[in-house]
Design a protein around this ligand. Sequence first.
Ligand code: 2M8
Ligand code: MG
Ligand code: MG
Length: 270
Amino acid sequence: PLIFTDLDGTLLDHNDYQCTEIAPFLSQLSRAGIAVVFNTSKTFAEVIALQKSLGLNQPFIIENGGAVYIPKNYFSLKPIGCEELDEHWRYALSPTNKQLYSELLEYGSEFSAYYRLFSQLSAQEVSQITDLSLAQSELARIREYSDPLFWQGSEQQLLDFLEAIKPLGYEVLIGGRFIHLNRSTNKGKAQNWLVEQFKKHCRHAFTTIALGDSQNDMAMLDAADIAILINNPASKAKAKLSHKPWRVSEHPAPQGWLDEVADLSVIKAQ
Ligand code: 2M8
Ligand code: MG
Ligand code: MG
């Protein structure tokens, strides 16, 4: 099996982001040869820090499907279309975030008082909004493909704003606290690309499992064989159940994640 998981509100507690409870189980999965791929809206810098603290070195997907990072030589060949970085191969699915700010001003200038982009927030402000530590907030600010928007206006103003920027063609995704404007990618597309790479390098068929808690996780859940929704009472917009038979955890993160994964027969069989 191959596990794809969102982080905030799914594997990590929505508010304290603690990973002491999950570390032993993640090491156990890693020793059993089961890759746990983080599929998150977090940045490269945030994921690297997290993997380090967990003693993991796996492929991962950042910024809501913006890019896939694979440790060099994780597969016997560098996948087609990957750039070579210091320690990783990178497959980008999205253009960089350079245009976003000016595009939003061009199409929705009358709304600029109602939101702050991540790039406009100081580390102190990010920390206040998210409860991340200051050091973690610094890592969250190093963005390459996305610039999450913190909405401060009313719900109606948000709908009007989204209508005004429609010509820009962004896909609007709601995370735990922020609004993500994606171009030409989402977590599902990035996951599908990575699954293809695993298929090329694995001799056996394998089951894909995806876990998420918010609306921005829907595409990744839909793309997986087994979809698990982690109950997050604090999430801004819950992932809506599609026609697929999804499992829904009883407990929020991290306990819900541990319960659900440990209970899967494909995991027990390993
Ligand atoms: C942002 O992501 C969360 C995920 O649900 C959100 O949209 O609320 C990200 O931009 C990430 O970089 C950051 O670590 C997180 C902190 O809550 O917020
Ligand atoms: Mg989440
Ligand atoms: Mg997320």
